[in-house]
Design a protein around this ligand. Structure first.
Ligand SMILES: [Zn+2]
Length: 149
């Protein structure tokens, strides 16, 4: 309940939290943005999907809140929902590179996000370093993970 309240608070504060989009990806909705906040600070916002923990923001709140979102991410998502409606559900981020992140929740997990067709070398590296065996069905979702705690 507290988590939902915290996320809801960020969605309420999202309106007006971005005063200007400084850079955006060419031709794609998802990708890397730089924005100027209402407090006149620039932040990098990596938009990868509509869900919690899909995206990243360089703001101080995102780095410590462990919610997987912030008012800047919510501002971009709300803007897109207003403009695109249900069409947003069909937008997909075309991941070109693998990324690794920690997911803090009830348990600590490492998340490996993969391009659509990970190379044999990348699959071997994931297995050697993380002990993650990439299954065929995970290639489509682009996400593999391992519980650390
Ligand atoms: Zn942010």
């Amino acid at each position: 309940m507290v988590i939902e309240q915290q996320i809801s608070a960020r969605r309420e504060r999202a309106h007006g939290s971005i005063v200007r989009i400084l850079t955006r990806p060419d031709g794609n909705l998802y990708g890397d943005y730089s924005v100027r906040s209402a407090s006149n600070r620039p932040y990098r916002v990596a938009m990868r999907g509509p869900g919690l923990f899909d995206n990243y923001c360089s703001c101080p709140d995102f780095s410590v809140n462990t919610l997987g979102t912030c008012k800047h991410i919510e501002a971009l998502l709300a803007r897109w929902r207003r403009r695109r409606g249900k069409a947003l559900d069909h937008e997909v981020f075309n991941r070109a590179r693998a990324s690794l992140s920690l997911h803090y929740g009830d348990t600590l997990n490492v998340r490996l996000r993969l391009p659509l067709a990970p190379s044999a070398a990348l699959q071997a590296l994931a297995q050697a370093v993380l002990g993650i065996v990439i299954k065929d069905e995970e290639n489509g979702s682009g996400l593999a993970g391992k519980r650390l705690s």
